[in-house]
Design a protein around this ligand. Structure first.
Ligand code: 8YV
Length: 318
């Protein structure tokens, strides 16, 4: 009998799905309309879980899975997983560590260039036919802001933060960062206070884990970033006090934002839809074929190792 694996979120790579289907009886929880009934029916047989970084798994769900051995997170963030309870139960929780670093850093820089250069605004101007209608082309569009050389402040110098720093450096940007403590093997300037980092930066890029960091970007930090500053978030929506951000953007108290993540995905504050100083993405920083394939391989390996009674190589709990 194949082990049963509960899927809390989909895997988008067909070859990975084919192998998962060969090896396991997959229970697609995320597709069910009556999730409680589905758990009641299958929960007692489930030995593995596949989830996404944003979705995670709650204690309430784990409690209904008495035979659970491994939770394979198809992502790096584990802030939505009840890690303490998983540890208590001896459940392996794995993450796709290192697999998505480059993509997330690429998107962070992409969002920053997009918002400061007004790529979305320019694109809409062309698509809407305004450029061809205009008697004096380009005049109606305001000049953009240069990215190269911008002072970049990174919040959280982990794998993604470092990859962002490398890229920003290649654009001639002086890089500063804040983290729990200074990191000795990097050439970037450590700034202990988040507010001071915001004051000294033209762009603040969020690359921190969200565990215990809810709402650290609030009105005070946004005002420190100031009317010429940009905020980029490729980490977690909950790092930001979203109403404060919406106010700061609507009132022009910061210059703009590039956002891949939100507090209550897939719900995005509607006020943002009409703002030209915001670039919005539907949590897609790791969504390339190459990266999702690498992530899927780690999910496969983690399930196989965990269900064979071994400690998975990417386990964070055991
Ligand atoms: C993924 C993420 O989009 O890695 C994470 O923690 O949130 C994202 O990169 C997500 O996990 C896909 O399932």
């Amino acid at each position: 009998m194949k082990p049963e694996v509960l899927q809390l979120s989909p895997v988008l790579i067909p070859s990975i799905n084919a192998r998962l289907n060969e090896l396991y009886t997959l229970r697609p929880y995320y597709q069910q309309s009556d999730k409680a009934a589905y758990l009641k029916e299958h929960g007692h047989n489930i030995r593995g879980v596949i989830s996404g970084g944003h979705t995670g798994i709650s204690k309430a769900i784990i409690m209904q899975l008495p035979k659970l051995e491994v939770v394979a997170v198809n992502g790096v963030g584990t802030d939505a997983v009840d890690m303490a309870y998983a540890r208590e139960r001896g459940i392996h929780v794995t993450a796709t560590i290192g697999a998505l670093t480059d993509d997330v850093a690429d998107l962070a820089i992409g969002l920053l260039i997009s918002v400061c250069r007004g790529i979305g605004t320019g694109e809409r101007y062309v698509r809407d036919g305004q450029w061809s209608k205009s008697a004096t082309p380009l005049v109606p569009l305001p000049l953009a802001r240069q990215f190269s050389g911008m002072r970049v402040g990174i919040v959280g110098l982990g794998r993604v933060g470092r990859a962002v720093a490398t890229r920003a450096t290649a654009f001639g940007c002086p890089v500063s960062y804040t983290d729990l403590q200074p990191i000795s093997d990097v050439p970037y300037t450590f700034v202990a206070s988040l507010k001071a980092l915001a004051e000294q930066s033209d762009a603040l890029i969020l690359a921190a884990a969200a565990d215990n960091a809810e709402g650290i970007i609030n009105a005070e930090i946004l005002d420190a970033l100031g009317a010429h500053g940009f905020l980029i978030n490729v980490a977690r929506g909950k790092l930001v006090n979203e109403p404060d951000l919406v106010d700061a953007l609507s009132q022009g108290r910061i210059a703009g934002a590039g956002l891949d993540v939100f507090v209550d995905e897939p719900h995005v504050p509607e006020v943002l839809f009409s703002l030209d100083n915001v670039v919005l993405q539907p949590h897609r920083a790791s969504a390339t074929v190459e990266t999702r394939t690498r992530m899927g391989e780690i999910v496969l390996a983690s399930l196989a190792q965990g269900l064979a009674g071994e400690r998975p190589a990417y386990s964070l709990t055991t």
